[in-house]
Design a protein around this ligand. Structure first.
Ligand SMILES: [Fe+2]
Ligand SMILES: [Fe+2]
Length: 172
């Protein structure tokens, strides 16, 4: 049985993951409209992953005798100055999510809820990967600068990245 405090904290995280999914869906749309097919594909798959993160939490809360709340979401940014700015926002958002997960882990320990603590380790590992990936992408973008040919190659290469992360993912 989950304590009320843990249930509330997990429900807050459900909203964070749902909002992440919407944020990346909005980024996918912006990139698709701009003709960046590879970037759009990458963002669509990020959006799907965030929904999977949300669902995993939903199922956990319900299975442990809590009630997962599906709430209204904050509207995401829908336009960006540049694709570089968009990826900076993605990185900042992942750092924010990591902090949110860390806080949740802290609450689980305070409440002596070791099952939830154990369950959350998957998210801790996932955030390390996501932050590292966002950092790698930003490094590439900084290398490209304003080079159009570089952007073309980046858009092509990021499709490869989507394929490899999808292959290494095991949601469940
Ligand atoms: Fe997530
Ligand atoms: Fe994420």
């Amino acid at each position: 049985m989950l304590s009320k405090k843990i249930e509330k904290a997990l429900n807050d995280q459900i909203r964070v993951e749902a909002e992440s999914s919407q944020i990346y869906l909005a980024m996918a749309c912006w990139a698709e409209v701009k003709g960046l097919e590879g970037v759009a594909g990458f963002m669509y798959s990020q959006s799907d992953e965030e929904r999977a993160h949300m669902l995993k939490l939903v199922r956990y809360v319900n299975e442990r005798g809590g009630h997962a709340h599906i709430s209204a979401l904050k509207a995401p940014n829908v336009t960006f100055k540049s694709f570089k700015e968009m990826f900076e926002k993605l990185f900042e958002h992942e750092v924010f999510v990591s902090e949110s997960i860390n806080e949740l882990v802290h609450i689980a320990l305070q409440e002596k809820d070791y099952s939830t603590h154990n369950f959350l380790q998957w998210y801790v590992a996932e955030q390390i990967e996501e932050e590292a990936m966002a950092r790698t992408i930003l490094d590439k973008i900084n290398m490209i600068g304003n080079d159009k040919g570089g952007l073309y190659l980046f858009d092509r290469d990021i499709q490869q990245m989507t394929v490899s992360t999808a292959a290494s993912e095991s949601p469940e």
